[in-house]
Design a protein around this ligand. Structure first.
Ligand SMILES: [Zn+2]
Length: 322
């Protein structure tokens, strides 16, 4: 049985984002299932319609949509689908991003502002509120009809099991077809780029924030245990030797963490100072992504007992542990 040819159809639609086009998939189960939608742009809608047609389907044929995670390039068109009665499935952690309530957007902004302050980010790079607004403009308000979590069989596609793969996004799930070692991995695994672990506010206000790089490493290891053969990804081509790629991702993260440890051996630094060293040039344009990645490494080194952090007024300094 070759599931990669038989039951999954790939479609690629354009996005306005730097990452380039996004992949959406059609699973021909008992229920015709779309995995991810593309962003809310006329170009994406047109391309999706066109490619569905090439596969012998119309947009109206889609019965349910599974969301791998809440980023607009993956969920943008879901609001329109929901209005047409398409059933929406995803992890419950998508909900706050799908609902986009004013109070949550404010909470997210307050959270990121406190992260930036604590990291010692220079004032001119406090663009997170504007960036979030621009980013979220490519999606519609929606809600999940059915929540999926670890180990669930996807309704109507029961040979596909849900694997929670947080790190890149707290809401991230991948769909695993155990019999053939196939996975639809969203942005959990991408062949040409390593997806950023991204900071998000805690789900319960006042509790400790999630540590996305540590989560991502756990998700990588869990994926290794599945002994996959073939991985469909959210961007770019499928992965034929996923275990090699995952091991490479884990190794590269360790190398970058070693680099951070070396910097901190010389002197205590704020996260922003480490970020500038790790991503010279890039950080100015991509403060949110590069700072998330940097704090991810600092979280990791702290969890490994290599460094400690100390608050000094508003800022936090990281110090190498002797
Ligand atoms: Zn993403």
């Amino acid at each position: 049985m070759n599931i990669t040819k038989a039951d999954v159809l790939s479609m690629t639609v354009p996005t306005p984002f730097a990452v380039g086009p996004v992949n959406c998939f059609l699973i021909k189960g008992d229920v015709l299932t779309l995995v991810d939608t593309g962003p809310r742009t006329p170009e994406a809608q047109r391309e999706l319609n066109e490619q569905l047609k090439n596969h012998g389907y119309a947009f109206e044929d889609i019965e349910q949509v599974v969301l791998t995670h809440h980023h607009p390039d993956h969920i943008g068109l879901v609001g329109g689908m929901m209005e047409r009665g398409v059933c929406v499935l995803g992890h419950w952690k998508n909900d706050r991003w799908l609902q986009m309530s004013d109070s949550f957007l404010k909470e997210n902004d307050t959270f990121m502002t406190s992260i930036y302050r604590e990291a010692g980010v220079a004032d001119q790079y406090f663009n997170h509120a504007r960036d979030a607004r621009e980013y979220l403009a490519f999606t519609d308000r929606a809600k999940c009809d059915i929540h999926l979590s670890e180990g669930d069989a996807v309704p109507g596609c029961s040979e596909w099991t849900v694997m929670e793969t947080p790190g890149h996004a707290q809401s991230h799930i991948s769909l695993w077809h155990k019999e053939t070692g196939t996975m639809i991995a969203g942005d959990h695994l991408i062949k040409k780029i390593s997806s950023n672990p991204l900071l998000e506010p805690p789900y319960v206000k006042g509790t400790e924030r999630p540590k996305p790089l540590i989560q991502q490493r756990d998700s990588y290891r869990k994926t290794l245990d599945a002994h996959l053969q073939y991985v469909y990804t959210g961007h770019g081509e499928p992965i034929l030797n996923p275990d090699d790629l995952i091991k490479e991702r884990l190794r590269k993260q360790e190398e970058r963490s070693d680099k951070v440890a070396l910097l901190l051996r010389k002197q205590p630094l704020t996260a922003f100072e480490v970020c500038k060293e790790l991503f010279p040039g890039v950080y100015k344009k991509q403060m949110g992504l590069t700072l998330s990645e940097t704090i991810g490494h600092l979280d990791y080194l702290e969890s490994e007992n290599v460094i400690v952090k100390k608050k000094d007024k508003e800022q936090t300094y990281y110090r190498y542990k002797l």
